[in-house]
Design a protein around this ligand. Structure first.
Ligand SMILES: NC(=O)c1ccc[n+]([C@@H]2O[C@H](COP(=O)([O-])OP(=O)(O)OC[C@H]3O[C@@H](n4cnc5c(N)ncnc54)[C@H](O)[C@@H]3O)[C@@H](O)[C@H]2O)c1
Length: 270
């Protein structure tokens, strides 16, 4: 290499040979993360409560020559977690990366004062309990060999402004992540655990919230309202977040654990 000049390297192998489980991989951020990790050499296990959606992502990866299998999984079911990890170990021999991505918005037209406990607990179960279950199962599988756990939180895990249960669940994911990072370090497990905090990404989770936003009638109006909250002047794409997931999954982030990777177009800078 000539001194003072960088050699341009096209890298397509940042997670070569690693095996990754991605929950909620049938859509949006989970779908893009599954595709990018596979393109960078990982064996990908795509799971989703909608088994056919997970299979569709898997088909896309395989058509591009990548390595993937799909599994139907409701992330709130603890027995299913055991099966998903054990089937992953049978298929690929190891688990190196877990992306706890599945989630719901909890958007509702019911005001906070009238929200039923069941509705609150439903959001907590999918957005937070599931992350505990996934981390618990992944630690069992990774503690001898090491690994990287990536928990998809949100800017709404850092600031208020969403339905209360969503805010609380994503704040919980943020600190659960740090707790797990410290726990694994304390016990000498070579397992890193980091959270990702996306700004608004134009996925079904956001688009479907339109019916609950007063004074917004069209998707264009909703998008415009949200764009104005992002100094960068646009919403994020699933690929914007997938690139952060790839970084945390790869050894490029080897010195990161218990960290918050904020990918938000400046949302939290205001
Ligand atoms: N879209 C955004 O603006 C945004 C911003 C910040 C954080 N996030 C977070 O990113 C993650 C992915 O969101 P997205 O925007 O890609 O949404 P999405 O709706 O496009 O995808 C979510 C996927 O999760 C699956 N899912 C839902 N409940 C499940 C369950 N119980 N078990 C298994 N799978 C289940 C759905 O079937 C769907 O395929 C979520 O955790 C979300 O909170 C999204």
């Amino acid at each position: 290499m000539v001194a003072g000049k960088f050699k341009l390297q096209i890298r397509m192998n940042r997670v070569e040979g690693k095996t990754a489980i991605i929950t909620g991989g049938g859509s949006g951020i989970g779908g893009a993360s599954s595709e990018l990790l596979a393109a960078e050499g990982a064996n990908v296990v795509v799971t989703d409560i909608r088994g056919e959606a997970a299979q569709k992502t898997c088909d896309t990866i395989q058509q591009r020559g990548g390595s993937a299998i799909s599994m139907q999984q409701d992330v709130t079911n603890q027995d299913r977690w055991g099966e998903v990890v054990s089937e992953t170990l049978s298929a690929f021999g190891a688990l190196d990366v877990l992306v706890n991505n599945a989630g719901i918005s909890g958007a509702s037209s019911v005001p906070l004062e009238e929200t039923e406990l069941d509705a609150w607990q439903g959001v907590m179960s999918i957005n937070l309990d599931s992350v505990f279950l996934g981390c618990r199962e992944a630690i069992k599988a990774m503690k001898g060999s090491g690994g990287s756990i990536i928990n998809v939180s949100s800017v709404m895990g850092m600031v208020g402004g969403a339905p209360a249960a969503y805010n609380a669940s994503k704040g919980g994911v943020r600190l659960l992540t740090k707790s797990i990072a410290v726990y694994c370090g304390t016990y000498g497990y070579d397992i890193r655990c980091n959270s990702v905090h996306p700004g608004y990404i134009w996925t079904p989770l956001v688009r479907n919230a339109i019916e609950f936003v007063d004074e917004i009638e069209t998707e264009d109006d909703l998008m415009q309202m949200l764009v104005e909250k992002h100094p960068i002047g646009r919403l994020g794409t699933p690929d914007d977040i997938a690139k952060g997931v790839l970084f945390l999954a790869s050894d490029d982030s080897a010195f990161m654990t218990g960290s918050e990777l904020v990918i938000d177009g400046g949302y939290t800078a205001i």
